[in-house]
Design a protein around this ligand. Sequence first.
Ligand SMILES: [Zn+2]
Ligand SMILES: [Zn+2]
Length: 380
Amino acid sequence: MSKRDYYEILGVSKTAADQDIKSAYRKLALKHHPDRNPESQEAEDKFKEAAEAYAVLADTDKRHVYDRFGHAGLGGAATGGFDPTVFTGFEDILGGLGDIFGFGDALGGGRRRGGPQRGSDLRYDLEISFEESAKGAETHIQIPRQEPCEVCHGSGAAEGSKPSTCPQCHGRGQLRYQQGFFTVARTCAQCRGSGSIITKPCTTCRGAGRVQKERKLTVRIPAGIATGQRLRLGAEGEAGPSGGPAGDLYVVIHVQDHEFFQRDGNDLFCEIPVNYPTLAIGGEIRIQTLEGEEPFPVPEGTQSGTTFTLRGRGMPDVTGRGRGNLMVTVKVVTPKKLTRDQRKLLEQLADSLPKEKFEPTPIVGEDDKGLFDRVKDIFG
Ligand SMILES: [Zn+2]
Ligand SMILES: [Zn+2]
């Protein structure tokens, strides 16, 4: 099987800067992420392929070799597994996927050979109000999770006894073997990765080294966060069995809809009903912004459906840099009930306006003005 070119895989040029390679890889990794493509072998292959390409191109030495000699030049270097530290900064993408790659806990907590298994990652779905997403917030969540047993301090062994070294893996906790490009590490079945065997189990946790607990945690929500984004709380997931390190907790954000603001990217959209006279002769209306209600001048002769852009008054960017825009669309409101005086005034106005003939005009393109709006435009 001929291997694809690494630059081609990442979709970057041969002269691409490290930063471009990194962001190209991030994009691909997110797209083909196994979390998003469950049970898709194709996605998993693409995900691995991108990781392999990145592992080479992100390493200056390997990239030099690859540029000069291609895949052949890398020979054993590429196929003999790669240094997972090149993925530093991608923990959010690769976290928990160590099993696919065979570098297990090398991501995040430094390289570890054998030893107790890492606990599972947890997911918590958190619903927040629109205001909380706009201003940022601090909130408390309560999660049920496995925590280290306090009686045996996570060892799982009864007081006064000690776990003995596992004879199968000689305390490594893992059995390693080569499979194509990847070094696959399989957790030792006999000790379940702990590297040791408990002869006299702790009575509180029955030798598991961990117990189920409800834990209250504080979550800091950055301003500008949107539905679907997730916060990673390192080591706040399940405790590992037999004293293993904890997994991570992912808090997935769901933002409630706002009464009248609609969000698109960092831009906010809203519609304000305005009386016809204000649009015709101009005037001040009250608009709602993230900072509260404020006056806004409507110029004379404003058509219904006109959108005003308030720069930098939209949602803050979640990175803390900059804000989107606030788009205010004014819509004429036709009064449903009129007092006798108001009717008289409108009749006078109607009489004084030029008698225009209603000519149907075709509705073109993306003009969102319906026929009804056009009629209103003419007759007020
Ligand atoms: Zn215990
Ligand atoms: Zn073992």
